[in-house]
Design a protein around this ligand. Structure first.
Ligand code: ATP
Length: 251
């Protein structure tokens, strides 16, 4: 199993608060990895370290190493814009830009210098197809993205992330604002995405982790208590705290 991301001795502080404590993990390529754990345990913080979103937070200090394809992403020579192109992010609340569907998707490629209409048309179609949205919207590409349903908006945001050809997709509770039908669509979609991408998802929903993730990490108070294949995590957890959490006895 090839590792896409290797996290070594990662510590993160928000001012004096020690939010991630000695995280070590290897995240395999072309698999879905879920981060679960009670509110405030550091799941989102850990996710955001993977494309340096924490750089934007004042007083945030990080020690340790994060390697993507063997490269240290915290090396001062790292091009952060390129890093975020390689590791795209989808947030909890769908956040389409207030512009047409087409322009939402073409935005990133244009920023990265693609100007030809034909190339952009192809990217828009391919990205919408990959996000399982094309058939629903192909006749309204010039309409505002804000007119889509919540579930469609979230798939548009996934298409927007895919448009710049990342190889990692970071998803922070991507379905928690969606109804069950849209949630299932996104879960089906994720199942397909793993063929091409390494996907990491933060979820509060343990059934969701059990349904879609190949591997699952259980976080508690800034530490990883257990990190293993999802079946083992849910059927035969090694740590008593994991068992208590997945059986709903705390958190
Ligand atoms: N920008 C920040 N400044 C200070 N503290 C922060 C900041 N962001 C997060 N924290 C704190 O770090 C801890 C971990 O937060 P994080 O959002 O990573 O948790 P989480 O497990 O994703 O929680 P949730 O499931 O509720 O989203 C929390 O105690 C939180 O209050």
């Amino acid at each position: 199993m090839e590792s896409k991301i290797v996290i070594q001795d990662l510590n993160l502080y928000y001012g004096d608060f020690h939010a991630l404590k000695g995280i070590n993990m290897e995240i395999p390529k072309n698999q879905i990895t879920a981060f679960i754990g009670p509110s405030g345990c550091g799941k989102s913080t850990c996710l955001k370290t993977l494309n340096r979103m924490n750089d934007l937070v004042e007083n945030c200090k990080i020690t340790g190493t994060v390697l993507i394809d063997g490269e240290d992403i915290y090396d001062p020579r790292t091009d952060v814009t390129l890093l975020r192109k390689r590791a795209g992010m989808v947030f909890q609340k769908p956040n389409p830009f207030p512009m047409s569907l087409y322009d939402n998707i073409a935005y990133g490629p244009r920023v990265h210098g693609i100007k030809s209409k034909q190339a952009l048309d192809e990217i828009v179609e391919k990205s919408l197809k990959s996000a399982a949205l094309w058939d629903e919207v192909k006749d309204r590409l010039r309409k505002s993205a804000l007119g889509l349903s919540g579930g469609q908006q979230q798939r548009l945001c996934i298409a927007r992330a895919l448009a710049v050809e990342p190889d990692i997709l970071l998803m922070d509770e991507p379905t928690s604002a969606l109804d069950p039908v849209s949630t299932l669509k996104i879960e089906d979609l994720m199942d397909d995405l793993r063929e091409k991408y390494t996907v990491i998802i933060v979820t509060h929903n343990m059934q969701q982790a059990a349904r879609i993730a190949d591997r699952t990490a259980f976080f508690l108070l800034g530490q990883i208590v257990e990190y293993t294949d999802t079946l083992t995590m849910f059927n035969n957890p090694k740590d008593e705290r994991t068992e208590r959490y997945i059986t709903g006895r705390f958190g």
